[in-house]
Design a binder for this molecule. Structure first.
Ligand code: BDR
Ligand code: CA
Length: 300
């Protein structure tokens, strides 16, 4: 089965793995990569998307830049430096130089144009702050019937702390998770943080040819710099978007805390009926990590 897909992303080390996974997956028909601020500023995440387009052998796949900041309030100050100033753990130089065109339309108009022209439902995979997706649904509601599913990496249903993607733009997340009516799957941090990579996984990736070796180099540098393991947050969302049902999901009405208290950006079960979002709650993560590795190795 072919899955037409647009990935909205803020590369990002795990975003890099997610993009490579989409490129390596035969089911995926990648229509575009759109970028958003998040792990770094949008100029940097866009440059990284261009690097990854080359690394993944995606030719002139449209890459378009989107939001540089959240919808309403300035971006929260990030306390960790997990993805470094260059978004790739300080080792963006392990990837090709950014090259080739950036789509002149920009992220949201490009998504709308592709959706309007789509002959089959398109899956949107959102693996950064939800600003571009909220804008798309707000400005171009007519394209909603062309969206098969929105698959989002974000939220922590296990309690504190609030997860990065959602807390980077809670108002956008409130719109997308709480108020819109497109089919949505949420792949939350409390699940993805269990998908950690170990030395063996990384060694196998590194041995799978030059593209995989470059990717393994970025992940490996991050593993050395961080005090906690590297987890495949965003690749889990791409895998679920590609092979629907890979993750076990439960329907839940959700609310996003948008006040300015300590829980700002938290995702919680809604206190009213609300429309249900499919929330990923469990998975065989050992098999999934192996499946991701198997797919990536096809890139060579
Ligand atoms: C999410 O935050 C980002 O740092 C990662 O790329 C991922 O999308 C995990 O909380
Ligand atoms: Ca991300």
């Amino acid at each position: 089965m072919t899955v037409p897909m647009i990935i909205d992303t803020d590369p990002g080390v795990d975003d890099a793995v997610a993009l490579m996974l989409a490129a390596a997956s035969p089911e995926v028909q990648l229509l575009a990569v759109t970028t958003v601020f998040g792990n770094a500023g949008v100029e940097v995440t866009t440059a990284n998307a261009l690097r990854l387009r080359t690394l993944a052998g995606l030719g002139n796949l449209p890459v378009a830049a989107g939001a540089a900041r959240p919808l309403v309030y300035p971006p929260p100050r990030r306390t960790d430096r997990w993805h470094g100033r260059d978004g790739l753990g300080g080792h963006a130089d392990l990837l090709p130089e950014p090259s080739g065109p950036v789509n002149a339309l920009g992220a949201v108009p490009l998504m709308a144009t592709l959706l309007r022209g789509a002959v089959a439902p398109v899956t949107l995979v959102a693996i950064g702050p939800l600003t571009n997706i909220a804008l798309l649904l707000a400005v171009h509601p007519e394209v909603k019937p062309r969206i098969g599913r929105v698959v989002i990496m974000g939220g922590n249903l296990g309690g504190a702390p609030a997860e990065f993607n959602i807390s980077s733009d809670p108002e956008a997340a409130h719109r997308v998770l709480g108020e819109e009516d497109v089919a949505t799957t949420l792949v939350p941090w409390n699940l993805t943080q269990r998908a950690t990579v170990d030395g063996g996984w990384l060694a196998e990736l590194a041995a799978a040819g030059p593209r995989c070796a470059a990717l393994a180099g970025i992940i490996g540098q991050c593993r050395q710099q961080r005090s906690t393991p590297v987890a495949l947050h965003d690749p889990l969302a791409v895998l679920e978007a590609t092979v629907s049902g890979t993750l076990t999901t439960n329907p839940m009405a959700l609310q996003v805390v948008c006040d300015h208290g300590p829980d700002r950006g938290a995702v919680q079960p809604g206190d009213g009926p609300g429309r249900p979002v499919q929330v990923a709650c469990d998975a065989d993560l050992t098999s999934i990590n192996a499946m991701i590795l198997h797919r990536l190795r096809a890139l060579r």
